[in-house]
Design a protein around this ligand. Structure first.
Ligand SMILES: Cc1ncc(COP(=O)(O)O)c(C=O)c1O
Length: 358
């Protein structure tokens, strides 16, 4: 359950996302989960007009005001970052000291543990059981939190790579079980049908919500994310952020995408249809597929690394081998547009026919 990280470059967390040379070579990337209908039309014009000669607003004032009003919060409760990932590192630096304890609700995005360990914290990972569909056992988690009394608890909702989306109760139980700060990463929340209003947790004064605009609006190359939290915590995290961290192009893009009414909602509905179709197509192949709520699916293919290698070398499709999440029999696949999803399903049908027997 407990893990200590080797902080050499080789041990940096593994991510999805094709390399530029793979993209140039026409590899179809199912390994990074980005809104397949993004970015919104008109973005290129906005980028071309952005002022790159002068320093960007270090306070990201206009974007912060837009986000604050979208969430009905004050601007002092919002911090914009260079992707949600920058904010993960800033939170760890601001809230942790050598010897602080941290609990990660896993399987999870590797950067929580890595950033915490860089800050000198002792990291314990709770792994949600596969037998329960990767839904955490709240009672077991609460016992662990009671024992380890962490300063910070990292959790994602929906979780990556399982896609499990939890109601508010487990998070309320986590907050009751210990006095630590809960960082709830909602990078994939925009793809959930009818999500609950997590902003209510901000009232506890011990919750930070993380959001990613890079996935929502297809800005992964620009980098844009934000957090919501109580003013004191937001200030503390802000104090660690380098000036001009959010560049002029990202700020202009953010201001543009947040004023496209209905764009995200239309994408969410389309992605939900594609997710259902892809899940059904893969289940028809006899594959176990998660009931995930996000814009990706966790698929039990057996021998994930061999499956990923087959798909890449023989079908020019890149998927996320989940071995580094501790799931060597699973791959994670993004939900893309219909013709691409069909190509993936056909390739996986071939894998099912060809894979070595048990
Ligand atoms: C759960 C989770 N949070 C955050 C991120 C990073 O988001 P961003 O691209 O905004 O830095 C990722 C990226 O894959 C992720 O999976």
């Amino acid at each position: 359950m407990s893990e200590s990280l080797d902080l050499t470059a080789a041990k940096r967390p593994v991510h999805g996302g094709a390399r530029p040379d793979q993209l140039r070579a026409g590899i179809l990337d199912f390994s990074a989960s980005i809104n397949p209908y993004a970015p919104p039309p008109g973005l290129r014009r906005v980028l071309a007009a952005a002022d790159v000669k002068n320093y960007p607003d270090p306070a990201t004032g206009r974007l912060t005001a837009l986000l604050a009003s979208a969430h009905n919060l004050g601007p002092e409760q919002v911090l914009v970052g260079n992707g949600a990932s920058e904010l993960v590192f800033l939170i760890a630096r601001a809230l942790l000291r050598p010897g602080s304890r941290v609990v990660v609700v896993g399987p999870a995005f590797g950067e929580y543990a890595y950033a915490s360990a860089l800050a000198g914290a002792e990291v314990t990972t709770y792994l949600a059981p596969e037998a329960a569909g990767f839904v955490p056992d709240t009672a077991e988690l609460v016992r662990l939190l009671g024992r380890s009394r962490p300063a910070v608890i990292w959790a994602a909702n929906p979780a990556n790579p399982t896609g499990v989306y939890l109601p508010s109760d487990p998070f309320e139980a986590i907050l009751e079980a210990c006095g630590g700060i809960l960082v709830l990463d909602e990078a994939f929340r925009s793809f959930v049908d009818g999500p609950w209003p997590s902003e209510v947790l901000l009232g506890t004064g011990r919750v930070i919500l993380l959001r990613s605009l890079t996935k929502d609006f297809g800005l992964a190359g620009l980098r844009l994310g934000y957090l919501l939290g109580p003013p004191e915590l937001v200030n503390l995290v802000r104090a660690h952020q380098p000036p001009w961290s959010v560049n002029a192009l990202a700020q202009a893009a953010g201001e543009f995408v947040l004023t496209r009414p209905g764009f995200l909602e239309t994408c969410r509905a389309r992605v939900a249809r594609r997710r259902r179709e892809l899940r059904e197509a893969l289940r028809r192949l006899g594959l176990e597929v998660s009931d995930g709520a996000a814009n990706f699916l966790l698929v039990r293919t057996g021998m994930a690394s061999a499956c990923a290698q087959f798909l890449l070398e023989e079908r020019r499709i890149l998927v996320r081998d989940c071995t580094s999440f501790g799931l060597p029999d699973h791959i994670r696949v993004a939900v893309r547009r219909r013709p691409e999803n069909r190509r993936l399903a056909a390739a996986l049908a071939e894998w099912v026919r060809r894979r070595p027997g048990p």
